[in-house]
Write a protein of this length. Structure first.
Length: 265
């Protein structure tokens, strides 16, 4: 069955949004030239900024004291840049490939392709990679929950593999990250949580190791540089001189990864 995709949140028609008043005096949502921005105001910010998220949603960062008119005027001046970024994000937005949980279906792990094999192992037997096959007991789960079993396998493999991969990169960069959490992050490859915890999307375990390294280094760099400033990218480049090439490859690779079953409508 063909997969479907929602409009990027930035382009949802204004009638589909429900702006709510904000305690800061700014609206929670702003429609600026047909673009929908969520507004986040902070006492710590000194400048206005825009974040274009991987799912196409837009976040407008505002310093304290700025008026809605001034914020709108500034964001309007950046519309060309935003549309350019949304066009680039199109690479990341195609619906993820659907999977049929039958023997012979293909799944990637660390950049290599494996075929699924339904087995007659007893109920409760864990999914495992064995002799080049991703073995899923047909009696362990009903057809609807086989995807959950495979996603759980990716999370478990990531929880074991990622800390060993992160450690030497962190040492090389002189950083001390916290724990690693492998989970669903929506349209983000990774994020930095409290206590410098690295959150990595379970679907990233399908990527080649060279691209996973980029994801890891990107999140490690956020330990010292919270925003995507020139200093942030300089930190990434010192660890990974060809990071820009890997970032481009990651954008393309993201269109081929399985992100789990589609929610029922």
């Amino acid at each position: 069955m063909a997969a479907t995709r929602l409009l990027p949140p930035a382009l949802v028609p204004p009638s589909a949004t429900s702006p709510m008043p904000s305690p800061t005096g700014l609206p929670a949502l702003m429609n600026i030239g047909g673009l929908i921005f969520a507004v986040r105001q902070s006492e710590r910010r000194r400048t206005v900024g825009i974040t274009v998220d991987r799912d196409g949603s837009l976040l407008l960062h505002a310093p304290a004291g700025i008026s809605a008119d001034a914020l709108s005027t500034w964001a309007w001046s950046k519309r060309s840049w935003v549309f350019r970024k949304l066009a680039e994000k199109h690479l990341l937005l195609p619906a993820s490939p659907a999977k049929e949980f039958v023997t012979g279906e293909g799944f990637d792990y660390l950049g290599r392709h494996y075929r699924l094999q339904l087995t007659d192992d007893p109920p409760g037997t864990a999914v495992k990679l064995e002799r080049g096959r991703l073995r899923v007991p047909r009696t362990q789960t009903g057809a609807d929950s086989r995807p959950e079993a495979v996603m759980r396998w990716y999370r478990q493999r990531g929880a074991t593999w990622l800390p060993r991969r992160i450690r030497p990169w962190a040492d090389r960069m002189g950083l001390r990250p916290g724990d690693v959490d492998v989970r669903d992050l929506g349209y983000r490859w990774g994020s930095l949580g409290k206590a410098d915890r690295l959150n990595i999307h379970w679907a990233a375990m399908q990527l080649p190791v060279s691209l996973l390294d980029y994801v890891i280094i990107h999140e490690l760099a956020h330990i010292e540089q919270h925003r995507h400033t020139p200093a942030f990218w300089a930190t990434v480049e010192r660890a990974l001189p060809d990071y820009d090439r890997r970032r481009t490859r990651l954008a393309t690779a993201g269109t081929t990864l399985w992100l789990g079953p589609e929610p029922s409508l």
